[in-house]
Design a protein around this ligand. Structure first.
Ligand code: ASP
Length: 337
């Protein structure tokens, strides 16, 4: 008996087809069963149960869909699956994988994958990525690693991986830390031992409405206009703000003042918009620097990218209003390797 693996499909390019003769205008159409059936050799490595959870382009996925996917994956493991694979669009894959990772409380592997080329394209990468993901899901060495992303034969940790190319089939990269494993000649090989930060608990009961945590990217000449608009519009509909700052997490002197006023009302986290490297703590002292923003009550995201910092703050806010000390402690724990 091959190890049981559950595959949940959410849509994306991996499941997208076209009725046009030139293969343009693709949209998600394929079911999870069709995706699994198109992978040569899959039946030899796993007994697959495939379920279509959504058929969405990944820009239209949202946090509630990901949380439902989490519950589905947990139920699959409770039913005996040795591992779970989620297929989805690549555009937001780095985000859903991280949101799943924050709450994935099982030793079994949960592996997310997708494709850059549609199933009808020459050299479609979906079947290869799905095969790698299933191999990863059944490998003993994949246990106790949280959520992994399988792409282009590489295995990445959900918290560091990012889509770094809009078109290439090797679109995913883990800046600084690199991939933690590879799938070579069908064997899953890891370069680092298992281990992970403890999962967050999904709070019992539903809070009224989902948290809303906007992400505000800064830019040359930013005078804090967007933050001022948030402050002027009333803060009762938002639970926190993440700022994608320059360099090690900096903003302009004019924007720093708005950050301080906002941080007096809500959790404010600043991250680096560079795509690699952590926020600073102790280097720069000018208005808008990391030292200044910390003194004004904002929290540094550490090594988490802006989109991942936003998801961590969203996940913390799921419990209800969260204080600055808790936010700082969670980013300290989860924002570093
Ligand atoms: N370009 C995307 C993909 O690779 C489309 C999406 O994210 O749904 O799947």
């Amino acid at each position: 008996m091959r190890p049981p693996v559950a595959i949940g499909a959410l849509g994306g390019t991996i499941a997208s087809t076209s009725s046009a003769t030139d293969g343009t205008e693709i949209v998600p159409t394929l079911t999870a069963q069709r995706l699994a059936a198109a992978v040569p050799g899959l039946a030899e490595i796993a007994t697959v149960r495939a379920e279509t959870l959504a058929q969405l382009p990944s820009p239209s996925l949202d946090e509630p869909t990901v949380m439902r996917t989490l519950a589905w994956a947990q139920a699959a493991v409770d039913d005996g699956a040795h591992g779970v694979v989620i297929t989805q669009g690549t555009d937001t894959l780095e985000e859903s994988a991280y949101l799943l990772d924050l709450f994935w409380d099982r030793p079994e592997p949960l592996v997310v994958t997708g494709a850059m080329r549609s199933p009808q394209a020459a050299g479609a990468d979906g079947p290869a990525n799905l095969l790698t993901a299933v191999r990863c899901a059944v490998a003993e060495g994949s246990r106790e690693r949280g959520v992994l992303v399988a792409f282009d034969d590489e295995l990445h940790q959900a918290r560091w991986v990012a889509k770094t190319d809009s078109m290439s089939t090797s679109a995913f990269r883990s800046a600084v830390f690199g991939p933690i494993g590879r799938c070579v000649e069908g064997e899953v090989v890891y370069g680092v031992p298992p281990g992970r930060v403890p999962a967050l608990r999904v709070p019992p009961g539903q809070r009224a409405g989902d948290p809303r945590v906007p992400l505000v990217a800064t830019y040359l000449g930013d005078d804090g206009y967007v933050l001022e608009a948030l402050l002027a519009g009333g803060l009762d509909r938002i639970d926190g703000v993440v700022i994608a700052g320059f360099g090690a997490g900096h903003v302009s002197a004019r924007m720093a003042d708005a950050v301080g006023r906002l941080a007096g009302e809500l959790p404010v986290v600043f991250a680096s918009r560079t795509g690699s490297g952590p926020t600073g703590r102790a280097m720069y002292g000018y208005p808008g620097s990391e030292i200044d923003l910390l003194a004004r009550g904002a929290v540094g995201a550490g090594w988490l990218s802006p989109v991942k910092a936003r998801l961590l703050l969203w996940a913390l806010a799921l419990r209800g209003p969260v204080g600055p000390a808790d936010v700082a402690a969670e980013f300290e724990l989860r924002g570093r390797p």
